[in-house]
Design a protein around this ligand. Structure first.
Ligand code: ADP
Ligand code: ZN
Length: 669
């Protein structure tokens, strides 16, 4: 009887098979379609969806046979997506609680599938040459490189934290691991937090391998995007250097994943599918059975903790390459040495600048704030110009003659009179942005050639490369920059770094404010004195006794992390506990409040679980939506996803209210 049934079902299957197809749209579950034959998971198909025909991916075979399925429109003649990528999509969706279709959309978009035009010549994707001569490594570098190479050759999953001071040659070391992957005929992925960073990196890569790598980031043209995607799918692209979304490329032969500047919060995707690319890189490597290398001079407490408890291996490069010494870091107490009225550079910083320029060396002034002034105030009535759509002041950008919202990009010219008291020309700028510092520099050093580096002036890799070339050719004396200049760059003639406002990142009470400030300022400091001439770093601060400034002065980042750990451990704050944030938003404040309160009423409870809130988000209004936050805090062993899933399932969310889930939140805005 069983045999007969089997024969019957096989006959049906041979005529038509029910398959499940996941679509790159906001659906969590695959849909069932009818195919002429069984199709392997990962096969790309076109299927009807309502009145449209859309691309999708065969997800599996055992769907619900009771549904009336429509036939597949077309089976595409392309290689199926690799099984490791399908598993990764499932994993990311399960972890972040995003809809699976939304995660698939990170890997697959309709416009990727049009075949590259015939006339285009293929780029040098496969040609990175591992045998191209690299530098002679120092003994410490060579031993770290050997360890990473062995990991790649062993073809197994393992995570290594490569921790080395700025300028120690971490990049050279992990490029040896990339070379090993290429030698083994496998692919390597290097994740960078920002495209601007890729400028110095791409030069280094090209020197090491003879050709630039394939790159993947949001500013690629659609044609370049398509070509790169297909080159990765076909294995022609040996190395991809990319931003976080490169994790979702169809690598079939992944042999290594590197996350450079692993501590960077830029790896956290904050919209749509909310995920941390550093953490997901580890998962991608595990599913691909290959090593993952996390690289930083200022590793996150998360990674340091994982190394300490043996989950990650750890390699250290304690000294700068070529005998260069780490810069001297000094605080300038602004209470004792204030700048002149209406100015922002203290006499000590000005005289250090003067001496640096006199020696023919370069200086960098760091202020992580774009524009001219962060606040514009009516001197008559005290009115502050704020964004109509966000809880934020408008930032004056004098170079564009506009006031701009840094959250929603709303812009308006400077109003001729105050909208509140109607006084004429009564607005004054309060506080500095980089443009204002540039103005002060131009007045103090009229002969010096200054260059502002911020994302609104240097908007892409081309401009960044041009700026770097000018600096290296010594056509620039003073660089004035935001976080864009903090890391990755190697300017041998740069010996002075002045941090205009070292206290800036400490306001706000964010869980990781101290850690992130130490990391960023340590990176900035690391730009100074990378060659023979020694470097000096001056930190302007109103609170030099603050533990963050103290850590930067002593350079003892380990000790700082020990203090951080001691503060977070007792309250089970990450990494000693887990967080999940719910962000409720609606166009009507009342609706946001109602939903937030309803969620609070049905909040999960139990041993080791606390729910904080609801509270208005610090950005209580963003792009015209009112926002409320709830925060679930749980002990490490608690499966947060299940709790949140049940919590949301028990609450009806009206159509005009949005509830976003942020697992392991980094931003608390
Ligand atoms: P990190 O990534 O640790 O900040 P880099 O890899 O950028 O350090 O190295 C700093 C500088 O020293 C770079 O210009 C790099 O090319 C150079 N460098 C590092 N190691 C070597 C080496 N073994 N031989 C020659 N140059 C090196
Ligand atoms: Zn705004």
């Amino acid at each position: 009887m069983a045999g007969l049934w089997q024969a019957y079902s096989m006959e049906v299957a041979s005529r038509s098979t029910l398959i499940s197809v996941l679509l790159p749209y906001p659906f969590d579950q695959p849909f069932t379609y009818l195919a002429e034959a069984a199709l392997a998971p990962g096969t790309l198909v076109r299927v009807p969806l309502g009145p449209r025909v859309v691309v999708g991916v065969v997800w599996g075979t055992a769907p619900d046979a009771s549904v009336r399925a429509k036939p597949v429109t077309e089976v595409l003649a392309l290689a199926p997506l690799p099984a490791t990528l399908l598993a990764f999509i499932d994993w990311v969706a399960g972890y972040t609680l995003a809809k699976r279709g939304d995660v698939l959309a990170l890997a697959l978009k309709e416009n990727l599938l049009h075949q590259p035009a015939k006339s285009r010549k293929k780029c040098n994707f496969g040609d990175a040459d591992p045998a191209h001569a690299g530098p002679q490594l120092s003994p410490a570098q060579a031993s770290a490189a050997a360890s990473l190479r062995t990991g790649v050759a062993t073809k197994g999953f393992a995570v290594t934290l490569l921790d080395g001071v700025t300028g120690s040659g971490k990049t050279e070391v992990y490029l040896e691991a990339v070379a090993e992957a290429l030698r083994m005929g496998r692919q390597a992925l290097v994740l960078l937090p920002e495209i601007a960073l890729s400028v110095p990196f791409l030069q280094r890569f090209t020197e090491r391998f003879g050709v630039p790598p394939a790159v993947w980031h949001s500013q690629l043209t659609p044609a370049a995007r398509r070509e790169t995607w297909h080159a990765v799918a076909q294995g022609r692209a040996g190395v991809v250097v990319g931003a976080r979304s490169a994790l979702f490329l169809p690598f079939g032969q992944l042999g290594l994943v590197v996350v450079d500047e692993e501590h960077e919060s830029g790896f956290k995707q904050e919209e749509g599918v909310i995920y941390h690319a550093r953490d997901m890189a580890v998962v991608r490597a595990r599913l691909s059975a290959c090593p993952c290398v996390l690289v930083s001079a200022t590793p996150s407490l998360e990674s340091v903790e994982n190394a300490a408890n043996g989950r990650y291996a750890r390699l250290d490069l304690p000294a700068r390459h070529g005998g260069a010494v780490l810069p001297t870091v000094t605080a300038v107490d602004l209470r004792v040495h204030p700048p002149e009225r209406g100015r922002f550079l203290s006499p000590m910083l000005l005289s250090a600048l003067r001496e640096t320029l006199a020696r023919g060396e370069q200086a960098m002034l760091f202020l992580n704030r774009r524009g001219y002034a962060p606040l514009t105030l009516c001197r008559h009535c005290g009115h502050r110009i704020s964004c109509p759509h966000c809880t934020a002041w408008l930032v004056e950008h004098r170079s564009h003659l506009r006031l701009i919202c840094h959250h929603c990009d709303y812009g308006t010219p400077m109003p001729p009179r105050c909208p509140a008291c109607e006084a004429d020309h009564s607005f004054v700028p309060i506080g500095p942005g980089v443009e204002r510092i540039a103005e002060e520099v131009a007045e103090a050093f009229p002969e010096a050639r200054a260059l502002v580096m911020a994302s609104d002036v240097i908007s892409g890799p081309k401009q960044a490369a041009a700026a770097a070339a000018m600096i290296l050719a010594r056509q620039v004396d003073i660089i004035i920059g935001t976080q864009m200049v903090a890391k990755g760059w190697h300017f041998p003639h740069l010996t002075l770094v002045g941090v205009v406002d070292a206290d800036l990142g400490l306001a706000g009470g964010d869980l990781r404010a101290g850690e992130h400030t130490v990391q960023m300022l340590h990176q900035v400091a690391g730009r100074a004195g990378r060659a023979q001439a020694p470097g000096l770093v001056l930190l302007q601060s109103f609170a030099p006794e603050h533990p963050v400034i103290a850590a930067l002065l002593s350079g003892d980042l380990q000790a700082f992390l020990v203090q951080e750990a001691a503060q977070r451990r007792p309250g089970h704050w990450p990494p000693y506990g887990r967080l999940a944030a719910l962000i409720v938003s609606a166009k009507e404040e009342r609706l946001a409040d109602q939903m937030a309160r309803a969620l609070a009423r049905s909040a999960p409870h139990g041993p080791g679980v606390t729910v904080l809130g609801p509270a208005p988000a610090p950005l209580a209004l963003l792009r015209g939506r009112f926002r409320r936050r709830l925060l679930l805090k749980a002990a490490r062993g608690v499966a947060v996803q299940g709790l949140v899933r049940d919590w949301l399932a028990g609450c009806e969310i009206p159509r005009n209210v949005r509830v976003e889930v942020d697992i392991d939140p980094v931003s608390f805005m």
